[in-house]
Write a protein that binds this ligand. Structure first.
Ligand SMILES: [Zn+2]
Length: 295
């Protein structure tokens, strides 16, 4: 599932290529036909992310709310001005696939015939975006958007995000911190990779209860999450390890695969050599080092 950094990159991408443009909005698959009709012909005024939620704002004061879930993804394509406007230049992960160029600098012939189940298609004079397989795709009002955001915890990727609010929400709970980091009402945007990696980086056991995390530890956790996720926005991939902790074998592991514990069950911990442990928590695989994260 794309974590918050991917959704923030998508918001930047939409702002970059579509903001200020009048869009044709359709649902080639048909499932979103009624919603698309409410947005068709409107100007996209902006795009924003809160955690894993993407909100596209339109001139008629309606929003398109999208949650990609496990399988959702956007494809983009267009002419050279559209592609040149893109804010995304680094490698792309799930949820923000490679941008396809339809032309070789010639004239833009419009979007290609839809392939597969395209839930929503957005088309400007210069390019297009296709969405497939989202968990949520709906038209909402500003009040409804505010209600969605109010249910979520702070998003560490927003400049105005309130880290103290995260600390309070985390320390109020009697559940394991490994579970709480995935709870979007505690903080918004963290998924399975960042959960495992930041708990290792902060040497906190995923089984420690939220209320047993000291205030300073929780504040450090927040800062570290904000820091690695900001790197994720800039890089377009999740990088959590320091260069000194990465493999130095004959075949170097790509930096985005060189995690501390994520998907490393049974392999030696990069810091202490103890086999990395794995179990399930919150219906997702959890990874940790029993020595480095003893408590
Ligand atoms: Zn270790």
């Amino acid at each position: 599932m794309p974590e918050g950094h991917s959704i923030h990159r998508l918001a930047r991408q939409f702002t970059s290529v579509f903001a200020g443009h009048r869009l044709e909005v359709s649902s080639p698959q048909g499932r979103f036909a009624a919603g698309a009709a409410r947005l068709d012909g409107q100007v996209l005024t902006g795009a924003a992310a809160h955690g894993k939620q993407l909100f596209l704002a339109f001139g008629n004061e309606l929003y398109l709310r999208i949650h990609l879930g496990l399988y959702g993804a956007f494809d983009f394509g267009g002419d050279s001005t559209f592609l040149g406007a893109s804010s995304i230049g680094a490698p792309r992960k799930v949820g923000e696939r490679e941008i396809a160029s339809d032309d070789d600098g010639g004239t833009y012939a419009g979007p290609p015939p839809p392939r597969g189940a395209v839930r929503v298609r957005l088309v400007s004079g210069h390019g297009w975006a296709d969405l497939r397989g989202p968990t949520a795709c709906e038209v909402i009002t500003d009040a409804e958007r505010a209600a969605v955001v109010a249910r979520l915890g702070p998003d560490p990727l927003q400049d105005e995000a309130d880290g103290a609010e995260f600390v309070t929400r985390l320390r109020r709970k009697g559940s394991p911190v490994g579970l709480l980091l995935m709870n979007q009402e505690i903080l918004a945007g963290v998924g399975n990779v960042y959960r495992a990696e930041v708990l290792f980086r902060q040497r906190i056991s995923p089984f420690r209860l939220g209320r047993d995390v000291a205030e300073g530890e929780a504040a450090d956790l927040w800062k570290d999450i904000a820091s690695v996720m900001s790197d994720g926005v800039a890089e377009g991939r999740i990088i959590t390890t320091l260069p000194a902790d990465r493999d130095s074998g004959a075949v170097p592991v790509p930096v985005e695969e060189a995690h501390y514990v994520y998907k490393r069950t049974g392999l030696p911990c990069r810091r202490c050599g103890t086999p990395v442990a794995g179990t399930e928590m919150g219906a997702r695989k959890l990874y940790w080092c029993p020595v480095c994260q003893e408590r």
